[in-house]
Design a binder for this molecule. Sequence first.
Ligand SMILES: [Zn+2]
Length: 128
Amino acid sequence: MKARGFWSKSRIVEACLIGTSFLLVGAVCLWLSLKDKSAANTADISLKGERLYSLTLDHQEEIDIPSDHGHILVDVDVGKIAVKSSPCPSQYCVHQGYKSHEGESIICAYEGLSITLRSVGGVEVIHV
Ligand SMILES: [Zn+2]
């Protein structure tokens, strides 16, 4: 038992320790990146620059907004909001799906609709 292979017991332990520390660093980085985006609790809905609604995301609701080319259906849920249907040709706003973090927004340029998420009360995150 003089010559030990490269993967001796101590080397395996060492490799495991290095691997674990990399995992820890990764987990901390992930946690920090998620922490920066705090959950929104309020959504402002504007049409052509005019604010129509300012609602809290604590209930389920479907909002019908008459626009130039038909109706925009906005789906409100607890902690999230989405454009369910829109008469715009690209459907880009619909494909954006649900948004739930403060600072995020859904824009429909064709109809002039904008939904902006923000967080009211609690700890405010200040972005410089
Ligand atoms: Zn659209």
